[in-house]
Ligand binder design. Structure first.
Ligand code: SIN
Length: 291
């Protein structure tokens, strides 16, 4: 079964932003209680486009949470401290003095959880005058464009994903890294929440039935293989899955709420605004175990 590709919308203005994925949506006010019909058009737009940038919103944290809860339970980040008065919302803040940004490498959210976040809603509160865009890539296309031989290899592989001390960050803990480089991102102890998980490299999207490559920066090695054996293949899959022709770029405006499907995309927050502030409110929605 394939995702519906050309839904006719009665309530939304939906404009694609690249050939591979992504759309801008206008004509909906998420601060009011959207009707079931409007919500089902938003779901169709998400399944068709994988990433939707809903423009011109004016949302309180309560309104963003109310919209998010229409999609399922909220997935709490095991390592990141939420907002004091709204622990379900992660404020992603980068100040001019911060050297690094949160999410500045290709990844898919909470891949280290046994049931990773189905989707992420990021709402722009303050954006730099230029830059601070987010890149997305279509992981259906990444899988479908592999040769039959490589598909057969990928179909057999399982990834071991971790939530902290990533290889690509030199094994440094989140706590140390963030304290040094991201002054307002507070790391907490995950307690007994599971933060290492094994997932299929190729997952089937539970709603569209399409297969997608499921890879990102949390992958450390393949199950049953050493780091040395795994790394060349991880490098291949990462390079392949982020080819420019599989990507789109969301240019933020204050009031844009971008909703992406973590089951078939990766994303990358671009760190190119050294002298400015960027503030986003992020909510992740619970998903199911990849299969
Ligand atoms: C994230 O990786 O969730 C953050 C993306 C962004 O800030 O653009």
């Amino acid at each position: 079964m394939n995702a519906p590709r050309n839904t006719q919308y009665r309530h939304l203005d939906v404009q694609k932003i690249s050939g591979s994925l992504g759309a801008e949506i206008r004509g909906v006010d998420l601060s009011t209680d959207a009707s079931d019909e409007v919500l089902s058009e938003i779901r169709a737009a998400l399944l068709d486009n994988l990433v939707i940038a809903i423009r011109d919103q004016d949302l309180t944290p309560e309104q963003q949470l109310a919209f998010a809860r229409r999609w399922g339970d909220i997935h709490l980040h095991p390592f990141m401290e939420g907002m004091a008065d709204h622990p379900e919302i992660l404020a992603i803040i980068k100040r001019p003095t911060d050297k690094k940004n949160f999410g500045g490498s290709w990844h898919t959210d909470q891949m280290f959880s046994p049931s990773p976040a189905m989707g992420t809603m990021l709402y722009a509160k303050e954006v730099p005058s230029a830059g601070g865009d987010t890149l997305f890539t279509n992981q259906y296309l990444a899988y479908e464009s592999l040769s039959d031989g490589m598909k057969a290899v990928a179909d057999q592989l399982r990834t071991v994903c971790v939530g902290d001390n990533f290889k690509q960050a030199g094994g440094v803990s989140r706590k140390d890294r963030y304290a040094r480089q991201m002054s307002e991102m507070k790391v907490k102890d995950p307690g007994n929440v599971q933060t290492t998980s094994v997932h299929p490299l190729v997952r089937t999207h539970p709603e569209t039935g399409r297969k997608a490559l499921y890879i990102g920066g949390h992958v450390q090695h393949f199950d049953g293989m050493t780091d040395e054996e795994s790394q060349p293949l991880i490098d291949f899959f990462m390079k392949h899955s982020t080819r420019p022709e599989f990507t789109c770029r969301v240019r933020w405006q204050t009031g844009t709420l971008t909703f992406w499907d973590n089951r078939c995309t990766q994303h990358f927050a671009v760190n190119d605004y050294p002298a400015e502030t960027r503030i986003m409110h992020r909510i992740t929605i619970c998903g199911d175990a990849p299969f």
